[in-house]
Design a protein. Structure first.
Length: 338
């Protein structure tokens, strides 16, 4: 029996020199590494580094032209949708608040337009910042209502909204994110597992595996990064994301990616069939390694760090018998029209 297969992708802005993020550097690094898909987040399309949400129509056209030149496609729109305050209160954070009706009409609509412009079905997003110091469970009802409206907006645009697990948000662990998914109960909403975003909150590998199991029913794709702190991390309420500095490739971290991927292997064929029916080419594993640093709105690996992280992931996939494709000579011949 053939092994199940995933599609390798990555946040291309991590593969450049620090603070550069030019489209050419991103695409040259990804093409050289053998990747054919990328998630677009921050990019310099000729007028300085911008979040994808800020790109102008001429900049989008420029990026599209360059990605075609380098043989790349967009796997997902790495939007910051949902990384705003749930309530307009001063909680000591610098997170911005936008009235939800305005947010839905402007930001969410813009994300949908951009997904179509880059010909991807997938938009990455988040579950809103509850007031710092309060129990996220106390805010589930409002989050469910707002995320349901976002999912419906994506659905009307024939798109899928992926909800990423991340510290400090209402959906900060697998259990909470799974409950949000259950209550929203919308076909356009999927979940995005990210092991490092849970392990940095002080979970053990066993505890993290349980969080992954909680998310399995709604899982759409995975972000791949890991963390290895030199000392045991204590469970905490708020995580200082700017202070996190021990990100590592998935084959040497504390998250137990081997066990997670070995279990996920059984679910890939069914998930692949589901995604293909929805117009997605397959099951993405999206590298977001942060091996040279990470923060609230992004991270940095450099071309060398991205390469190390990719090879670490490939070793893991080989070991658990999950197939993947990297560019080979046949792809070069095809690009030459032979």
């Amino acid at each position: 029996m053939a092994n199940p297969q995933v599609i390798l992708s990555g946040f291309a802005d991590e593969a450049t020199r620090v603070n550069e993020k030019t489209a050419v550097e991103q695409f040259a690094a990804f093409a050289a590494l053998g990747l054919q898909y990328y998630t677009i987040r921050f990019i310099d399309a000729g007028h300085g580094v911008k979040n994808v949400m800020e790109l102008t129509t001429p900049e989008i056209a420029h990026v599209r032209h360059l990605q075609d030149e380098y043989g790349l496609n967009v796997s997902s729109l790495g939007s910051p949708i949902g990384k705003v305050k749930l309530k307009d209160v001063d909680d000591g954070s610098s997170n911005r608040f936008v009235p939800f009706k305005t947010y839905l009409k402007k930001d969410v609509a813009k994300a949908c337009e951009l997904a179509h412009a880059f010909e991807t079905k997938l938009i990455r997003g988040f579950s809103f910042y509850h007031p710092r110091g309060e129990d996220p469970r106390d805010h589930l009802s409002q989050v469910v209502d707002q995320l349901g409206a976002i999912a419906e907006a994506c659905h009307r645009s024939d798109l899928l909204f992926g909800l990423e697990v991340e510290a400090n948000l209402v959906g900060q662990n697998g259990e909470l994110l799974a409950e949000i998914h259950r209550q929203v109960d919308h076909p356009a909403m999927l979940l995005i597992f990210d092991a490092a975003n849970i392990i940095t909150q002080g979970y053990s590998a066993d505890g993290l595996f349980s969080e992954y199991l909680s998310m399995k029913r709604g899982l759409g794709w995975m972000h791949i990064k890991d963390y290895r702190h030199p000392q045991p991390v204590q469970r905490m309420g708020h995580v200082d994301e700017e202070a996190l500095k021990y990100f590592v490739p998935a084959d040497i971290g504390d998250s137990g990616h081997e066990a997670i991927l070995r279990d996920f292997r059984k679910d890939i064929p069914k998930l692949e069939r589901k995604l293909k029916r929805l117009g997605v080419p397959g099951v993405f594993l999206d590298l977001e390694p942060h091996v040279k640093g990470g923060g609230q709105f992004g991270g940095y690996s450099g071309p060398d760090g991205l390469g190390v992280a990719l090879r670490g992931l490939c070793r893991l996939l080989d070991y658990v018998e999950i197939d993947y494709h990297l560019r080979d000579f046949d792809d070069i011949l095809a690009s030459r029209g032979e």
